[in-house]
Design a protein around this ligand. Structure first.
Ligand code: FE
Length: 227
């Protein structure tokens, strides 16, 4: 599977374009509405057949480009069933598979940042959305976030994958592009090196974070696929 990492500066969001080399069937993960032109041009240049626009969760900090990409390219939109997102074509749940040619992404339900978080796994990489970031994790103080569930998802479902699995997050604010399961198990300051569930909950609950400035417009817009 080929992977291209794309960045939106305004929201510090990563978008991923992934594809199967032999059939050129592709998927985009966590597109951003302001970047639809860029992404469409790249998809055309690489001669990809965009099959899916997938979300890792309902975002609160940017509006998705999935609806626009579906209108332009005819792809199908996938998001976790908990989102109750009537505009999506695929209501994904844990263990579902999304096929690109003969390869596939496996859906792993990893709630805690929100109640709609899913990670997408290939043979050797994992797109974690906001549940696990490089040396960090997604906030757990809105959208049905739950610090205990976040700990359980990360330690029980992500840290149990092979150490060499490459972690691709949905955001970064410190200049990192990716990591590995082994690195985060050791060096993640919130839950690496055997931090307990209680320690993690305490860290998450002591953070005083501002509401995302776009939240009141982004969440409803994302429930209609950004259209
Ligand atoms: Fe998020």
């Amino acid at each position: 599977m080929q992977i291209r990492q794309l960045f939106d500066h305004a929201s510090s969001s990563y978008t991923y374009l992934i594809w199967d080399e032999s059939t050129r069937e592709g998927a985009i993960i966590d597109s951003v509405t302001e970047q639809v032109e860029r992404d469409q041009k790249l998809i055309a240049e690489l001669e990809l057949d965009l099959k899916y626009a997938l979300e890792t969760h309902i975002h609160a900090d940017h509006v998705t480009g999935s609806g626009a990409l579906r209108e332009r390219l005819g792809c199908r939109i996938g998001i976790h069933a908990n989102a109750g997102n009537a505009c999506a074509d695929l209501q994904l749940v844990d263990k579902d598979r999304v096929y690109l040619g003969s390869q596939h992404l496996e859906v792993i339900y990893t709630p805690g940042h929100t109640n709609t978080d899913i990670s997408y796994k290939t043979a050797d990489s994992l797109f974690t959305g906001d549940i696990l970031l490089v040396r960090g994790s997604g906030r757990t103080d809105f959208q049905d976030g739950d610090a205990g569930l976040s700990y359980d998802s990360i330690t029980g479902k992500i840290f149990t994958l092979p150490g060499e699995t490459v972690i691709y997050p949905a955001h970064d604010y410190n200049g990192f592009c990716c990591s590995t399961v082994a690195e985060e198990r050791r060096f993640n300051p919130r839950l690496g090196s055997g931090k307990t569930r209680d320690e993690y909950i305490q860290i998450m609950e002591s953070m005083k974070l501002d509401r995302p400035s776009q939240m009141d417009t982004a969440v409803p817009a994302n429930l209609t696929c950004g259209l």
